[in-house]
Design a protein around this ligand. Structure first.
Ligand code: FAD
Length: 321
């Protein structure tokens, strides 16, 4: 039986104070939190409900960037004109996640901080490395959907599609706790397994994602490949953001999702594009380099080709404005 108190704060300050209590856990849409409680993954002493805090629900344009509150739902991100116009990859990623019902509940803050869907991690009977154990059951077990990069300690992949898009868009997160505020490039929020396999991000206890700042992208896009063609988790997903002048790429960000413990930037592929015309040979080089260094496991080598295809197709689409 899960026994916990329910804290309904009146404002953000109250939420931060409550969130700092020992054993407290923030809840936004509750999609992931409810699953984790049901799966016996954790037993918080209190749930702090952020959901009704209007102060955290905003989406506006400011100095050439989008500023997004953590309570903005995936549905709103997928359909808002401002997001479609200046952060198309984010709108596509949000719209491709889960089901319409879940997208109405799920918030972007919760999406970024959700925990991985590795079936061993989600099963209370497996005391895996993520739970402080000494073994990754996926590496020698069922790992068809698991990571193909940096997977020698833990093979779980990062679950967030919006993270893939937001890292490609160069977003910055504002984090707040009762002790103060800090800003971090979003990609630095996520924790590689070598650093701390029990965590996916560097959020401290009692700290929330209070806002996201997403610079306006000239051209960006996102795509996802699934086993079932509807309402499924990605086998592979990728997001691309490009700046080009007279057909020549001047800056590129390419991020692979469901590939590693963190949303993974394909740095060699990005570098190979810079200064080149986005033609067939530049695209083929970038697609090949995007999977450079992959270490697929026995039964997920097929994902290498999926990522190559995704990157090739996204670049061929020219990451439309
Ligand atoms: C069938 C199904 C399919 C799905 N498919 C996809 C998919 O394809 N792609 C994808 O990306 N997701 C997918 N999801 C996951 C779903 O999108 C997430 O569970 C959801 O976005 C979590 O958001 P939430 O607001 O409900 O978070 P909650 O469940 O409320 O919280 C999740 C975590 O985030 C923390 N948290 C919440 N808000 C904040 C904040 N502001 N600051 C810091 N921490 C916070 C909570 O403490 C908790 O640890 C799927 C889920 C289901 C059930």
């Amino acid at each position: 039986v899960n026994r916990f108190s329910w804290i309904e704060p009146e404002d953000v300050q109250g939420a931060l104070l409550a969130g700092a209590l020992e054993g407290a856990l923030f809840k936004a849409g509750g999609v992931d939190v409810a699953d984790r409680l049901k799966e016996g993954l954790e037993a918080p002493s209190a749930l702090v409900n952020l959901r009704r805090l209007g102060e955290l629900d905003f989406l506006r344009e400011e100095d050439g960037a989008l500023v997004i509150g953590p309570l903005v739902t995936l549905h709103r991100l997928a359909t808002d004109e401002k997001v479609l116009r200046s952060a198309r990859a984010l709108a596509l990623a949000a719209g491709a996640a889960a089901t319409p019902q879940i997208r109405n509940m799920a918030t972007v803050g919760g999406n970024l901080a959700q925990r991985p869907r590795c079936w061993y991690f989600r099963n209370e009977h497996f005391h895996c490395r993520k739970k402080g154990g000494t073994h990754c059951f996926a590496i020698d077990g069922e790992h068809e959907f698991h990571s193909i990069f940096d997977n020698s300690i833990c093979a779980a992949v990062h679950p967030s599609g919006t993270a893939t898009a937001l890292v490609a868009l160069g977003a910055e997160a504002t984090l707040r706790s009762s002790k103060g505020e800090r800003k971090v490039p979003l990609e630095e929020l996520f924790t590689p397994a070598e650093k701390d396999v029990t965590r996916e991000n560097t959020l401290q206890h009692g700290e929330i994602i209070a806002a996201l700042r997403v610079p306006r992208a000239e051209r960006s896009s996102y795509s996802k490949l699934m086993q079932k063609q509807s309402f499924d988790w990605p086998l592979a997903e990728a997001a691309v953001s490009l700046v080009a002048q007279r057909g020549m790429v001047t800056a590129a960000r390419i991020v692979l999702g469901a590939a590693a413990h963190v949303p993974r930037r394909a740095l060699a592929a990005e570098k190979s594009l810079t200064g080149r015309i986005l033609d067939e040979s530049a695209i083929a080089d970038a697609a090949r380099l995007a999977v450079d260094g992959a270490t697929p496991l026995q039964r997920n080598g097929y994902k290498v080709d999926l990522f190559k295809t995704l990157v090739r197709d996204l670049l061929a689409e020219g990451a439309r404005p």
